[in-house]
Design a binder for this molecule. Structure first.
Ligand code: FE
Length: 155
């Protein structure tokens, strides 16, 4: 279930930014108005990061990116994931077994009678994807991340 379904139905959720708006750690270090985010991001990036959207599986070139480097937040450029934790999950979304320490936050998400854990950038609150418990060692976690939420910086 968690595999291919990953983020596919998330877009049909309730109000925009509900999960992030309820995050008790608000405010984030970086906050912008909707207009400021729209000016900074492409429409596709805005949909993912600020409206909790989901890109279609297999559409991100970062899913096939295997060079060493760092994946930073497309919203605020905070380093989020290292290539050393990236692996091929076969889901069609870039996948990592761990984030960079302190870089991401999580929030439980109960939409569609599924309990999932939403992952966002700890600095700007941008929605990244979800984390599941079917990943590889050493953590057993699968951070299933929208490529549009990331920018890759080769080492
Ligand atoms: Fe960010």
């Amino acid at each position: 279930m968690a595999g291919a379904a990953c983020l596919a139905y998330y877009r049909f959720g309730v109000s925009k930014e509900t999960a992030i708006a309820n995050d008790p750690r608000q405010p984030f270090q970086i906050t912008k108005t909707e207009a400021e985010w729209r000016a900074r991001l492409t429409p596709e990036q805005f949909y993912i990061l600020r409206q909790q959207g989901t890109e279609r599986a297999g559409t991100s070139p970062l899913d096939q990116e295997n060079r060493p480097g760092i994946y930073v937040c497309a919203g605020c450029e905070q380093p989020l994931f290292s290539s050393t934790t990236k692996y091929s999950s076969g889901t069609g979304w870039p996948s990592f077994y761990a984030p960079i320490d302190q870089a991401t936050g999580t929030l439980e998400d109960f939409k569609f009678a599924m309990r999932r854990t939403e992952v966002h950038c700890d600095r700007c609150g941008g929605h990244l994807g979800h984390v599941f418990l079917d990943g590889p060692p050493p953590t057993g976690k699968r951070y299933c991340i929208n490529g549009l939420a990331l920018k890759f910086i080769p080492a």
